[in-house]
Design a protein around this ligand. Structure first.
Ligand SMILES: *Cc1c(COP(=O)(O)O)cnc(C)c1O
Length: 296
């Protein structure tokens, strides 16, 4: 079993606090730890020889799964989107890290990767990796949601609004389930598209939530110099690092919504820092190539 640290919320000012979930474990960061917790337990319980999961070139989930697998001595396989990446492991910090943790990387074409939930494809994978436990892309399933139900604690019941970044929706579903019906949960999607709502409804047991879709900055893993500038100023001011894919977009959305009055100045806000900091190095390599200011 992986151990986590219990941490106090960090108050940025009289209105906004951050739940520093990014610090709960040194290598299995933030919500990925929460999502893995019960899945790892299942993978360890008798019938499985290892764990297979799926992700893109800079995936926080892949990095976290690799680190957890190493610590718990569970063999892991990462099915990675993009065949060309096989020659780029050394120059990609996330993949290099996953491999150094002992994860076996299986690179597939974007077309093959689309089959990631197709039973016939999964069966084919299981022929190579016999008796492995299959965890979906992003690690979202019922056990992941159960883990995320542990993010909020009794101490958090005094907040009116709880904010969370959203990728596949598993994390926010757990947060919703762990909240009071009188609290409002606001999700900030890191990607474009309306499909998320349905996915969250599959797991959420309450309807005290909304998605605010105006802060994706062009889509998944897309950034601009305005966002980078915001992240760098935020770190300078509060000494808290943000990640460019998820938490920076959420914090930007929160600050802007307070400024515009969309979030009332009397509402107490808790922002969940879900982690993702392993992605900063890879993002900086891309920013440097594009000659955009880098993340400090
Ligand atoms: C993966 C991730 C998310 C999104 O989690 P979902 O459960 O997929 O919605 C949010 N923040 C960070 C830092 C992540 O790595």
């Amino acid at each position: 079993m992986l151990k986590i640290k219990t941490l106090e919320n960090i108050h940025l000012n009289s209105q906004v606090a951050i739940k520093p979930d990014y610090l709960i474990h040194p290598t299995v960061s933030g919500n990925k730890f929460r999502k893995l917790k019960y899945n790892l337990k299942k993978a360890q319980s008798g019938n499985y020889k290892g764990l297979i999961t799926f992700g893109g070139a800079f995936s926080n989930h892949i990095a976290a799964t690799a680190a957890a697998g190493q610590e718990l001595k569970i063999p892991t396989v990462g099915v990675i989107r993009g065949e060309e990446l096989i020659t780029q492991i050394e120059s990609n910090p996330s993949l290099r890290y996953a491999q150094s943790c002992g994860m076996h990387l299986e690179f597939v074409s974007r077309l093959t990767y689309k089959n990631k939930t197709d039973p016939a494809y999964l069966q084919q994978l299981l022929e190579t990796f016999k008796d492995y436990y299959i965890l979906p892309e992003g690690g979202t399933n019922a056990l992941a949601v159960k883990g995320c139900e542990e993010i909020l604690t009794l101490n958090d019941q005094s907040f009116d609004i709880i904010c969370c970044s959203v990728g596949t929706g598993g994390t926010i579903a757990g947060v919703i389930n762990g909240s009071l019906p009188t609290q409002k949960i606001i999700g900030f999607p890191a990607l474009k598209g309306d499909f998320l709502k349905e996915d969250i409804c599959k797991f959420a047991t309450k309807s005290n939530w909304e998605l605010w879709g105006d802060y994706h900055f062009g889509g998944y893993a897309k950034v601009d110099s305005k966002l980078i500038k915001f992240m760098n100023e935020f770190k300078l001011t509060y000494n808290i690092p943000l990640d460019p894919v998820y938490t920076a977009k959420m914090m930007y959305g929160i600050f802007q919504s307070i400024q515009s009055g969309k979030i009332s100045q009397t509402a107490k806000v808790l922002a969940i820092h879900t982690g993702g900091l392993q992605g900063v190095e890879g993002m900086n390599i891309r920013l440097k190539k594009k000659r955009i200011e880098e993340i400090v």
